[in-house]
Design a protein around this ligand. Structure first.
Ligand SMILES: [Zn+2]
Ligand SMILES: [Zn+2]
Length: 477
């Protein structure tokens, strides 16, 4: 055992659904939480992306037995992204997105999952707490009726949460991250907020009064996974399915900043809630994606946290207590004297000639960012795979390095001069931490290649900085 490892805690066995040992085991990925093994298990994860599993094959007595469908779906995410690239190239002779925006979306996705490495899922913990202490009655975990009711319940809770996330400023501050891309592709699906899960959990709690946690844990994952494949432009319309299901066409409208798209199509898996509650809008004029007031940044930390600073400033600037409360709880477009959700005429007009934020970056820098980003994805996957075996110090060092790297890539994609300094520091930190055994590749044969890559990269940025200092001195002599 190296100094970075510790003995994995043995989960206690319990027969009680929602028991503490069961929660620890599920959330920290014990072998029994991996579900069925072999190709059948992998194929099930692929079908989970489309909610295409029958109740009989996705009902479990305890939370401990529920597979980690999201983690098992990672190979399918990669496969479908590859497919989207191929189809987009065949259909339009162009790629479905841009390197800078794609790296930004994936960075935000990784950032959003990092708290799960340190803390237990608040959505499941809160649900199980209510179930254990306040449940009114228990629906049978193995009944197809419970399965279908939970599908509807989780999707309706998602509709309510999603609608509130657009209509309440403090919730929008978290959710807006998902809408900050000006592209629309499968990468956009992975662009998620760090803070959102701390606002969404409360909407699921009514179900904990009667639906077993093991059934909820399955549908929570299915609802999330279903929303991956609808983030694409390569699928146009799906015929009669458009009446019932949330589809790529419906969700394109949700991501639009055209006035006709604002506050429409909140559904997760089903579109029926929007049709019932009057928030449905069919795709019409060409959709222009992103926020009504684009952030124009690829800095993942800024994209995650900037809206909170905006609320803070607006809160203190608003006159009177009622106005201050309105800043937090009314819509993001609200202002004193305006209706709750703001004035529709203040939404910027779309001409169709909007140009996405796209600072010029030399080709070699794009290649550099891609290679180094792939290394971070590798370190992140390795962290997920081995986190129960690592000491807290090692986990914190790895998380810190991943955050530093993602922030640096944001600066690189914006061609900021301080990116070079941050890259030298980052590469030297990697080499030092790697030598001390804090980092490990998911693929052991890459270890030496990483040492060479980071050494050459540190040297490259060192030379760039020296050149800049020399030319600065020459100019001032
Ligand atoms: Zn939304
Ligand atoms: Zn979306």
């Amino acid at each position: 055992m190296t100094h970075t490892e510790k003995t994995a805690p043995k989960p206690k066995q319990t027969s009680e659904p929602g028991g503490e040992a069961e929660i620890v085991s599920f959330l920290h990925g014990s072998p029994s939480a991996l579900g069925p093994t072999g190709w059948r298990g992998e194929a099930a994860a692929g079908r989970a992306l489309f909610y295409a599993l029958a109740p009989g094959e996705s009902s479990f007595r305890t939370v401990e037995e529920v597979p980690d469908y999201v983690e098992k779906s990672i190979p399918f995410f990669i496969t479908f992204i590859g497919l989207e690239f191929a189809v987009s190239w065949i259909q339009k002779r162009k790629l479905p997105g841009r390197i800078n925006d794609g790296i930004s979306s994936l960075s935000l996705g990784i950032l959003s999952r990092l708290p799960d490495v340190l803390f237990r899922s608040i959505e499941l913990i809160s649900y199980i707490y209510v179930w254990n202490n306040y449940r009114l009655f228990e629906l049978p975990w193995d009944s197809p009726w419970t399965w279908y009711l939970t599908l509807l319940g989780v999707d309706f809770a998602y509709y309510c949460f999603h609608r509130m996330s657009h209509e309440v400023n403090i919730l929008w501050a978290a959710h807006q991250v998902h809408h900050s891309s000006e592209d629309y592709n499968l990468f956009t699906a992975l662009r998620q907020s760090v803070l959102q899960k701390y606002t969404s959990w409360i909407f699921n709690l009514p179900m904990a009064l009667f639906i077993p946690p093991s059934v909820f844990a399955v549908h929570l994952q299915f609802n999330l996974l279903y929303q991956f494949w609808i983030h694409t432009e390569v699928i146009t319309k799906l015929g009669p399915l458009e009446w019932i299901l949330n589809t790529p066409s419906h969700h394109r409208v949700h991501h639009g900043r055209n006035p006709y798209c604002i506050d429409k199509n909140y559904g997760g898996t089903l579109i029926i809630w929007d049709r019932i509650f009057g928030t449905f809008e069919a795709e019409d004029a060409k959709v222009v994606y992103g926020l009504t007031h684009p952030v124009n940044s690829f800095d993942p930390i800024m994209l995650q946290l900037r809206p909170l600073a905006h609320i803070w400033n607006t809160f203190w600037a608003a006159p009177g207590f009622c106005n201050k409360l309105s800043v937090i709880f009314k819509g993001p477009g609200w202002g004193p004297g305006k209706p709750r959700l703001g004035l529709p005429e203040e939404i910027p007009v779309i001409t169709g000639k909007e140009v996405p934020y796209n600072p010029h970056v030399p080709v070699y820098l794009n290649c550099y960012a891609l290679v180094h980003f792939a290394v971070i994805v590798d370190l992140y996957i390795e962290l997920l795979a081995s986190m129960t075996m690592l000491s807290q110090g090692t986990v914190l060092v790895r998380i810190g390095f991943i955050i530093l790297s993602l922030a640096s890539f944001g600066l690189l994609m914006e061609n900021k001069s301080k990116a070079g300094i941050l890259e030298v520091i980052r590469c030297l930190v990697f080499i030092g931490a790697y030598k001390l055994g804090y980092f490990r590749s998911h693929f052991s044969f890459l270890g030496y290649a990483y040492e060479v890559l980071f050494s050459l990269s540190a040297a490259f940025w060192g030379i760039q900085i020296m050149k800049r200092i020399t030319s600065f001195k020459d100019k001032h002599n």
